[in-house]
Design a protein around this ligand. Structure first.
Ligand SMILES: Cc1cc2nc3c(=O)[nH]c(=O)nc-3n(C[C@H](O)[C@H](O)[C@H](O)COP(=O)(O)O)c2cc1C
Length: 185
């Protein structure tokens, strides 16, 4: 059985670099990991009043997160943080009280920006938030990607050095997922 990973992308725009990167990563991770994008663009803004009867997109989102073995956050950097859309999705995943879809999931964070810091600031903030909702985050290797033209060509990572780093990341993340999910003796 392939290990399934729910991929949550923090950018909503069609030509998002993070979405392109998520697709390229899904290709290079296959078949070790089965990366499936879980859409967040249709989630309403979190409002506790809506918890009485969860909106359809929220139920769909929570079901897809819960069905996966692990979660991967692919984050842009907006104003030295991660996006409001991603925070909104994290809120919905964590609620209602007692129905936290994130709890105990092995997880990882990657991100891409044209900026020089490669989403380091966004990832640092995201790490503390997803840790607080119970995601068991892996740390190494860290992937901070400063985008430049030619890095992703025809949906594939075109840089050999970076492709090798991603292969190492896939191996480490899949080992981490097995370790976190292994039943205790
Ligand atoms: C509102 C806003 C704030 C941004 N702030 C940052 C920032 O703090 N650091 C950075 O590296 N890039 C920043 N950027 C540039 C984004 O990283 C860039 O637009 C990136 O391509 C967004 O991700 P996407 O391509 O997946 O949509 C910002 C962009 C926007 C629209």
């Amino acid at each position: 059985m392939p290990v399934t990973v729910a991929v949550v992308i923090g950018s909503l725009r069609k030509n998002s670099l993070n979405r392109q990167f998520a697709h390229a990563l899904a290709r290079s991770a296959h078949p070790t990991l089965d990366l499936r994008i879980v859409e967040i663009g249709d989630l309403p803004l979190y409002n506790q009043d809506l918890e009485a009867e969860l909106p359809g997109p929220v139920r769909r989102f929570k079901d897809e997160i819960e069905a996966a073995d692990a979660v991967l956050f692919v984050t842009p950097e907006f104003n030295r943080s991660f996006s409001a859309a991603l925070k909104n999705a994290i809120e919905w995943g964590s609620r209602p009280w007692g129905r936290n879809s994130w709890a105990g999931k092995p997880g990882a964070i990657v991100g891409v920006t044209p900026g020089a810091v490669g989403t380091a600031a966004a990832q640092a903030q995201l790490r503390s938030v997803v840790g607080a909702v119970g995601v068991a985050l892996t740390v190494h290797p860290e992937i901070y990607l400063s985008y430049r033209d030619g890095l992703i060509v025809d949906g594939e990572i075109a840089d050999d050095k970076f492709r090798r780093l991603l292969n190492e990341w896939v191996a480490q993340f899949s080992a981490w997922i097995v370790r976190i999910k292994a039943p205790s003796a």
